[in-house]
Design a binder for this molecule. Structure first.
Ligand SMILES: CC(C)(COP(=O)(O)OP(=O)(O)OC[C@H]1O[C@@H](n2cnc3c(N)ncnc32)[C@H](O)[C@@H]1OP(=O)(O)O)[C@@H](O)C(=O)NCCC(=O)NCCS
Length: 173
């Protein structure tokens, strides 16, 4: 995808290896909320890099000044079975300082466009029910709730439910 500058002063562009430090720092800020994931520590860049599809990872940068990375989105395959080759799972993290101004929406739009352009038909994600901003963000982008998976895992000793969301592309047929 080509760089795209939003009216809000955000530029969404492909993630580069030199974004690694900032991407992982934003990841850690999100994990520290305790509402984003069962993970508590951001992975090493090599593990992140290996798990995410190269053509479906983007950052949103500040287009007006420093170009500072404000958030990122990336998707990885859910399975190596052929029948699921068009199904990916994504993660999205926006720096707390940049939330609520459309960064997440712009990143999600970029991922939807890039996956649909390559024939990927389903994007899925698991979200804690308490993460209302993520649920709202995804609902606005056309994700539906498949169901709530009860007490699916423990975070800091506490069982947590997970809302399974998916967006089935209307144009990949
Ligand atoms: C979830 C997250 C990615 C949303 O990113 P964002 O840049 O704030 O999202 P946007 O500004 O595009 O807002 C999208 C919608 O989310 C909702 N939203 C955003 N911030 C919110 C907040 N603080 N409280 C409630 N809803 C909020 C709004 O409904 C908004 O749509 P609307 O303003 O048109 O109603 C961001 O909050 C985040 O990174 N959180 C920490 C990490 C995380 O939880 N990641 C998701 C794991 S599943």
């Amino acid at each position: 995808m080509n760089e795209q500058t939003e009216a809000s002063g955000i530029a969404v562009r492909a993630m580069r290896p030199d974004d690694a430090e900032r991407v992982l720092a934003i990841y850690q800020e999100g994990l520290d909320t305790g509402q984003a994931s069962f993970e508590t520590k951001a992975p090493a860049w090599s593990d992140f890099d290996a798990a995410k599809l190269e053509r479906h990872r983007y950052v949103a940068a500040d287009a007006t000044s420093s170009g500072e990375v404000l958030g990122w989105i990336a998707a990885g395959p859910v399975s190596d079975r052929c029948c699921y080759s068009g199904v990916v799972e994504h993660s999205i993290y926006v720096s707390p300082r940049a939330q609520g101004r459309g960064v997440g929406s712009a990143l999600l739009a970029a991922l939807i466009a890039s996956t649909e352009a390559e024939g990927i038909w389903t994007i899925q994600s698991g979200v804690f029910p308490e993460n209302t901003s993520s649920l709202r963000l995804h609902a606005k982008a056309g994700f539906r709730t498949v169901g709530v998976r009860e007490r699916l895992g423990r975070l800091n000793g506490r069982w947590r439910d997970v809302v399974l969301l998916e967006r089935r592309s209307p144009i990949v047929l």
